[in-house]
Design a protein around this ligand. Structure first.
Ligand code: MN
Length: 148
């Protein structure tokens, strides 16, 4: 991942330099916020590179393998947004109620421009998932079959 070269050159037991906060192999946080805006959707956010990478998933992330759900990438959100819940006032962007639907940690298993493989440890979502870029802002989110 992005910091691999930086880290490979240093022995952090000996140098006071920072190792960096977002090692890809360690756990980061995710949240799914149920957002009752003009149309109901689920905002799926992954803490990566110091921001929340975000997708709006109209039908919500699948709970079982074999189901593909459209996930439309939206702008990165600040990490603090992971704890946001409440009512966005009428007339404001995204007006409507936001509630936490699921939350937990994930590990990043692989990352390329068009494919993210993650393992989620949430209350509703757990196990391997993949986000597959199709075109433009459109991605698909699937639950991976358990590896045998
Ligand atoms: Mn939203």
């Amino acid at each position: 991942m992005t910091l691999d070269e930086y880290r490979s050159k240093r022995d952090f037991k000996k140098t006071p330099e920072p190792k960096g906060k977002q090692p890809a192999t360690e756990k980061s946080r995710f949240v799914v916020q149920k957002h009752q805006a003009r149309s109901l959707h689920y905002d799926f956010r992954l803490e990566m590179d110091g921001v929340l990478k975000s997708w709006a998933v109209p039908k919500g992330p699948p709970l079982e393998p074999g189901i593909r759900r459209l996930a439309v990438q939206v702008e990165d959100h600040p990490v603090d947004y992971i704890d946001f819940a409440g009512k966005i006032p009428a007339g404001e962007y995204g007006a409507g109620n936001v509630e936490m639907w699921d939350k937990g940690e994930f590990t990043l298993d692989s990352k390329s421009p068009d494919l993210l493989e993650i393992t989620l440890s949430g209350r509703k979502l757990s196990g391997g998932y993949a986000l597959i870029h199709t075109d433009g802002k459109n991605w698909l989110v699937i639950k991976r079959k358990e590896r045998q």
